[in-house]
Each structure stands twice: as C-alpha cells, then as structure tokens.
Write a protein of this length. Structure first.
Length: 288
C-alpha cells in the first residue's frame, strides 16, 4: 500500500505563491526569494507584488499570521477565487467561499494587512492561472509519477505513512506543511536544488511532526528529526541518501540553542551536529 499522491490544487498554489513574497524570518515562513525570481521570468511577481509582500509582512498583527497560512482553504478552485477577487474580504458571504469559519475569522480579525493579502492574490490570479497551466501543471503531474515508487518504498519503512493524502506543491520547494487532512510537500522544481527523493523525506518529517510529536516547537522538531533518522537507519537507499543531504543543509542553530537553553541536549551533541553536518543522521541516532 502507498500514499494517495496528487498535485496540489491551483488556488492553494496561488496562496503559497503569495506567502513566498512575505519576508518572515520564523521557522514556519514560506518566504522564497529564489522562487520569486523564477516566477518573475513567467510573468509573475513584479516590483509591486514584491513591495506589497514586504508591507503585508511588516504590518500584519502577529496573532493573525496563522490566518495567512490557512488561506489556502478559503476556496477549492481558481474559478471560485476568480469570482471574488474584485470584492473586499468584508463584502464576502458564506456562499462565496468553501470554508465559512475561515472567512469569518478573517473578517473578525479586521486587519488591513489581510485585506491587502486578498488584493495581492486577486491581482496575481490572472497571470498565475496562465503560468500554472503553461509551466506548472504538467511538471507536477510528472513529479507524481516519478515519486510514486519512492513513496511506496517509504511506506515499507514507515507503514503509518500508507494511505495518507499527500499533495505536491511547486511553490513550496524545499518545504512542507502538515494539515489535518493532508500533507503538502514541495516538489522538485528548477528554482531550487532539492532532489526528487527530498519530497519523500519532507513528507516523512511532516508526518512525524503531525502524528508522532507533542510539545512546543523545539520539542516537536527535535522529536521529528530523531524519528525520521530512526526510520531510515541502516538504509543505503536513495531515500536515506536524500535524507542525509537534507539534514546536512538544515540550519539547526535556532533549534539547538532552544534545546540547550532548557538543558535538553548534551553540548557535545550540539557540537557534532554543527561541526560535522554530513553525519547528522548518525548523530541523531545516538544518546542525547
């Protein structure tokens, strides 16, 4: 048995496209200058879009950032979004959206930055629709075909992954997001250097974050890193190789500082993870 694998819907991709322009610095940020540069070569992401993204990130209330990340549930299709793109959030009714609770939360927030995000997405939508059809839809479909055998192999290592709904996103790139009903995983794309197998590693990590870990951000991330290393231990497959490369490239400084501050990790382990990044998978398997 394998996962239920398919491309992410185009409206959700548009939402991640918008988030890629918001220069947040927190671990959950989807800010992606490399993606924005790629998008600019496909008729997207002009100077005004980039300026709008900077202003939204600067002005949105901290407590409303989660609404920005939840936006992808507002509509199921680009056509649904197209019908509301010229109206303000405040003017929308339950019949205009697919998630009334999210709409009401956006309206209650009464945050000008959220209205600004609605405008940004609406302005980008026509060009985004063309770019998605011309340069994204077919590569994503091919990526699903390429990755299906790797996900099947991952299910052998991690049986709890089988049957999960996993959607590949062009705009997420080397990132992934866990939602109650699905995992959204960045797909291989020419704007970043992640290998195809990295998408499977990202899915495993988000699966661990969502289903196997409890606690605050540092505890959750640390537990997930160790779980995935254990799942792929003593494996020389392409998945294990992709996992080692992914780990080597991670910026772990913030996480390790948080763990050290609470005395949850031995300083020698911190040194090994920072100074010998190519052996991080093995280090994560040892005593902490």
């Amino acid at each position: 048995m394998s996962v239920v694998l398919r491309p992410l819907d185009a409206f959700a991709e548009l939402c991640f496209h918008g988030l890629a322009h918001l220069p947040f610095a927190d671990p959950g940020s989807s800010y992606a200058p490399d993606y924005v540069a790629w998008a600019a070569t496909h008729g997207l992401s002009n100077a005004q879009t980039r300026a709008d993204g900077e202003q939204i990130a600067a002005l949105v209330a901290p407590g409303h950032r989660g609404l920005l990340h939840a936006w992808l549930g507002l509509h199921h299709t680009l056509d649904d979004a197209r019908r509301t793109r010229t109206r303000s959030l405040a003017e929308l009714e339950a019949s205009d959206v697919d998630d009334e609770a999210l709409l009401r939360a956006l309206q209650r927030a009464d945050d000008p930055a959220l209205e600004w995000m609605h405008v940004l997405l609406g302005l980008e939508l026509p060009a985004w629709s063309r770019a998605h059809a011309a340069a994204i839809a077919e590569p994503l479909a091919r990526a699903c075909e390429t990755l299906a055998p790797l996900f099947t192999a991952a299910c052998v290592r991690v049986p709890s992954l089988a049957g999960l709904r996993i959607e590949l996103s062009w705009t997420l790139g080397p990132r992934a997001r866990a939602h109650p009903d699905r995992l959204i995983v960045g797909a291989p794309a020419p704007w970043h250097d992640g290998a195809a197998a990295q998408s499977v590693v990202l899915a495993l990590h988000e699966h661990a974050v969502r289903d196997l870990s409890l606690g605050d951000w540092a505890e959750v991330e640390w537990s997930a890193l160790r779980h995935v290393s254990a799942w792929l231990a003593q494996d020389s497959s392409v998945l294990a190789q992709a996992h080692a490369v992914w780990l080597e490239r991670l910026d772990l400084r913030g996480l390790l500082e948080a763990l050290q501050a609470r005395g949850a990790i031995d300083p020698t382990i911190v040194h090994a993870l920072l100074e010998v990044p190519q052996r991080r998978a093995q280090t994560l398997l040892g005593p902490i």
